[in-house]
Write a protein that binds this ligand. Structure first.
Ligand code: NCD
Length: 314
């Protein structure tokens, strides 16, 4: 039997707007005053089960747990785990719950962390499932928007690149809709458009204007937040299609000539070649700061799910 207050984070909708806002502001406080929180997870263990490659998500979770005074177990290569011997996710999760107090899972199959949460007696966090969702990247993105734009509501947000397979886009766009975005601009090649079911959901459920474009320059002057993404090579069925699309967008300072002074450029990283290195020193580029902020919002999330520190009960 699961504990009655057991919560998981599988997709951003698992949390209310109020819960997300509280996490973002706690993340901001943790960023500014990390020492206040340095032992709230003492004696607790985080397990990270990464069945897909990762740099930022894996190590920012590790760093977050260590900065809270907790400990770590896990694997970054599933070939070193019993998955290689054919063990099911359900069995792995049952057992990992004996070894850890909270589990972070990334998996190439959509729905795998959801399945894990159904068998888990400890909180499960989805660290990215296939081309589906990436809710902790969304929390990272929201903290970045809060820090650099001062508020989460009312922005014109452009998403550029692989809107079909990009899970960071799928999670963030729905969340920005809940935060009453002013307008979405979708910039992608025809082959990599936002899935039509998601587009329909955004139109039916939220009253937000959606514009589609093929080039950044066509729409750049309208944008408050430009969210660049990598073409998701690993999700393509054949190499030829990827090669055709891989250079669809390369952001350069020239293309930003008509951008608002206070526009920000975000990217979940890793970048391949969709943002030219010269843009790194553009005052609008915040993607490295974004990856730094990911640690602090993950500290807030771990505290919430473990009910420690500001989330301690009673
Ligand atoms: C993203 C992911 O894994 O979906 N990376 C990340 O977690 N920061 C984006 C990507 O891989 O393109």
């Amino acid at each position: 039997m699961n504990h009655p207050s057991l919560r998981h984070l599988i997709e951003p909708e698992d949390f209310t707007i109020e819960e997300i806002k509280k996490l973002v502001s706690l993340g901001e406080d943790m960023y500014k005053n990390p020492s206040k929180y340095s032992d709230i997870c003492k004696g607790q263990i985080l397990a990270s089960l990464f069945y897909e490659p990762s740099t930022r998500t894996k190590f920012s979770f590790d760093s977050a747990m260590l900065r809270l005074g907790g400990n770590l177990v896990g694997f970054a290569d599933a070939n070193t785990s019993s998955a290689k011997k054919g063990e099911s996710i359900a069995d792995t999760i049952r057992v990992m719950g004996y070894y850890a107090d909270i589990i972070v899972m990334r998996h190439p199959k959509e729905g795998a962390p959801k399945l894990a949460s159904m068998y888990s007696e400890v909180p499960v966090i989805n660290a990215g499932d296939g081309g589906h969702q990436h809710p902790t990247q969304t929390l990272t993105d929201l903290l970045t928007i809060q820090v650099y734009k001062g508020q989460l509501e009312g922005h014109t947000v452009a998403f550029c690149g692989d809107l079909k397979y990009g899970r960071t886009v799928h999670s963030l766009i729905r969340t920005m809709a809940r935060f009453k975005a002013k307008k979405f601009i979708l910039i992608s090649p025809e082959e990599l458009e936002l899935p039509s079911s998601l587009k329909r959901q955004l139109q039916d459920q939220y009253d937000i204007e959606i514009q589609e474009a093929r080039y950044i320059e066509e729409v750049v002057e309208q944008i408050d937040i430009l969210y660049m993404t990598r073409i998701q090579k690993e999700r393509f069925f054949n190499e030829e299609d990827y090669l055709k699309l891989k250079n669809s967008y390369i952001l350069t300072n020239d293309k930003l000539e008509n951008a608002k002074e206070d526009m920000i450029i975000m990217h979940p990283l890793p970048r391949v070649n969709e943002i030219s290195y010269e843009v790194d020193s553009n005052k609008r580029a915040v993607y490295f700061e974004q990856s730094k902020l990911g640690v602090y919002v993950r500290m807030a999330l771990i505290s919430k799910l473990l009910e420690v520190g500001p989330y301690a009960r009673g």
